[in-house]
Design a protein around this ligand. Structure first.
Ligand SMILES: NC(=O)c1ccc[n+]([C@@H]2O[C@H](COP(=O)([O-])OP(=O)(O)OC[C@H]3O[C@@H](n4cnc5c(N)ncnc54)[C@H](O)[C@@H]3O)[C@@H](O)[C@H]2O)c1
Length: 338
């Protein structure tokens, strides 16, 4: 982990910082004593209560900018030590409705940020989040090893499927990062969840539908047999802060997630019902097209380099997530944060 000192705090830039992972990471880095600047166009992320809290620190600033414009950060300073480039166009609906935009905008944003990274005088790390979806093509065409190590040869899903656009933009992004001539770490997040993640992910979506059902009702669960391993946001952030300065993470790629338990979406729905305290009959719905049947990262490399084992169990992570949504969203106090 990084060791900030009064003489030389890290200067960190987080793009997409008003979003889910970026917002949680910003809070942690400020708590650790660093200087943090966020950039976001607020298309998905929001300037909400969390950002208001962070603004109380004089080591924190927010800048609204659209990274599709390659000149948007031309006047930015050149003394960042770390850049986390989290801004991206993502989410199943965007990917299905706007695959061309997903491809072009994600690539444009990486190019903008690599140009910024090259201007920094003492950059220690450019952290680029790719995705677990990069393994989907291998699973589609070949035998994907599960748990999947980072060394898995990557194949591309059929190009006419909209869902391929997201993974392809991330594979291309990984390649750009490899050849940009900046010190980098690539991460491949696997189903990170937690408070303040919007409503278009499986955990908050199911929670919202469970809360809206009376006891004795039915809960239709899509892709019910598909399995995932779910990583609570605090564990993901722990991995990020350990990787950002680890010598062994320089110019390397890491899965970020948990290796177990691997649960079906149906089992996940049961945990969510139990957490909410709602007696519902779970019914199988359709299978989402292009959704990988299994997803589970091999975490040995990441654990070896960071020394961090996931600390938050599925039951505890779901409990904390539900409490946040219950207080901030389902209670009627609808925050724009979602
Ligand atoms: N959450 C996960 O489990 C997961 C899994 C795989 C990969 N990732 C990757 O991690 C990163 C962060 O994910 P997240 O879940 O926090 O997503 P998020 O949608 O919450 O955050 C992305 C942020 O980028 C901003 N943004 C989008 N377009 C922009 C633009 N043109 N200019 C400036 N800002 C823009 C959005 O407003 C949003 O705040 C993404 O790159 C995503 O692809 C996340």
């Amino acid at each position: 982990m990084i060791e900030p000192t009064a003489a030389a705090p890290c200067r960190v830039l987080i793009t997409g910082g008003a979003g889910f992972i970026g917002g949680h990471l910003a809070r942690r880095l400020l708590d650790d004593g660093h200087r943090v600047d966020l950039v976001d166009n607020l298309s998905r992320g929001v300037d909400d209560e969390l950002l208001s809290q962070l603004r109380r620190s004089d080591r924190f600033a927010v800048r609204v900018a659209d990274l599709r414009d390659r000149r948007s950060l031309d006047d930015l300073g050149s003394d960042y030590t770390h850049i986390f480039h989290f801004a991206a166009l993502l989410g199943v609906q965007n990917v299905i409705d706007r695959p061309y935009d997903v491809l072009t905008e994600n690539v444009a944003m990486v190019e903008t940020m690599l140009a910024v990274a090259r201007r920094q005088r003492s950059l220690r790390r450019f952290v680029f989040p790719s995705t677990s979806e990069v393994y989907a093509g291998t699973q589609h065409h070949f035998e994907l090893p599960i748990p999947s190590p980072e060394t898995t040869p990557l194949a591309v899903s059929p190009l006419d499927q909209p869902r391929t656009s997201y993974m392809l933009s991330k594979i291309y992004g990984e390649a750009l990062v490899h050849h940009a001539g900046v010190p980098f770490t690539i991460i491949r997040p696997h189903n990170v969840y937690g408070p303040r993640m919007g409503l278009s992910h499986v955990v908050p979506q199911l929670l919202q539908r469970i809360v809206g059902q009376p006891d004795g009702g039915e809960l239709v669960v899509y892709s019910i047999e598909h399995s995932r391993t779910m990583c609570f946001i605090d564990d993901a952030v722990d991995y990020l802060v350990r990787l950002m300065d680890a010598d062994a993470a320089l110019n390397e790629t890491f899965n970020v997630g948990v290796q177990s338990p691997e649960v079906t979406i149906g089992e996940l729905a049961r945990v969510l019902c139990d957490t909410v305290g709602r007696q519902l009959t779970i019914v199988a719905g359709d299978t989402a097209p292009g959704s990988p049947p299994r997803r589970c990262p091999d975490m040995r490399h990441t654990i070896a380099v960071t020394g961090h084992e996931p600390a938050v169990s599925l039951a505890e992570g779901i409990r904390r997530t539900y409490l946040w949504y219950d207080e901030n969203v389902f209670s009627g106090r609808q925050l724009s944060a979602v």
